[in-house]
Design a protein around this ligand. Structure first.
Ligand code: FE
Length: 240
């Protein structure tokens, strides 16, 4: 077990305070089109109380997951976090909704961070402290959507592939979680360069100590987009 893994194990919290959207809503979001820079197509009809009442939208409790040892405060507000890091293009469409109303929240700050194709995080010991690749913050739009441009994450020993996320409202953290990918998709991506230079990832989703506690509710809905992918998920939060 790696040091990172041990730390993440210790920091696991299970407040279970969040709702995620499953099923159809995720499909609606993922199917809204590959144009990751366009305004999200999710309307009130798609995500509002009427959609919940009709069964078109299901609110599913998703537990909090540890932030791990590599969160850095003060990330830059930017959509493109790649800083030239090589990898398969990945757009993220992360929707924030109010669990009490199931309506999207505008203006939430969504902070993401993940490792590069070689399994390395920026800003860790041994690197220049100025480097902040694959980290960034975006504010949600009127449809509750924050969009990022990044690359498919690599892997590091002891963990399945993941992206860390925090959601802030009015300066308060309202969600800390991790986002996951289907293992079969990761297998396909890792056959491509530069991931293929580093074979032998050691942990898949079901064997991951963090994924085990709620990871199924934190799966990105991934669709192809040119040579890359779009990953989408809705994260339900309490406003305070
Ligand atoms: Fe991590």
């Amino acid at each position: 077990m790696s040091e990172h893994d041990r730390i993440e194990d210790r920091r696991i919290t299970r407040r279970g305070s969040l709702l995620g959207f499953g099923g159809l809503l995720a499909g609606v979001i993922a199917g809204a089109g590959p144009g990751a820079d366009r305004s999200e197509a999710a309307s009130d009809d798609a995500v509002g109380p009427a959609a919940v009442a009709s069964g078109a939208v299901t609110c599913v409790l998703a537990p909090e997951q540890t932030e791990g040892p590599y969160f850095l405060a003060g990330d830059t507000v930017r959509r493109n976090v790649t800083e030239g890091k090589p990898g398969v293009p990945l757009a993220l469409r992360l929707t924030v909704v109010d669990v009490s109303t199931c309506r999207p929240i505008k203006g939430a700050a969504v902070d993401i961070w993940h490792c590069d194709a070689g399994g390395v995080y920026s800003g860790v010991s041994g690197q220049s402290s100025a480097r902040r690749f694959l980290r960034g913050i975006q504010r949600t739009d009127a449809n509750g959507v924050a969009v990022f441009r990044t690359i498919y994450p690599g892997w590091y020993p002891g963990r399945t592939v993941h992206i860390h996320v925090k959601v802030f409202l009015g300066g308060n953290v309202v969600h800390t979680g991790q986002l996951y990918f289907p293992d079969t998709l990761t297998d396909a991506v890792y056959r491509r360069s530069p991931y293929s230079r580093r074979p032998g990832r050691d942990v898949r989703n079901t064997a991951d100590s963090v994924f085990r506690n709620g990871g199924r509710q934190s799966m990105l809905r991934v669709t192809k987009n040119g040579s890359g992918y779009v990953g989408a998920i809705a994260m339900g939060v309490h406003r305070s």
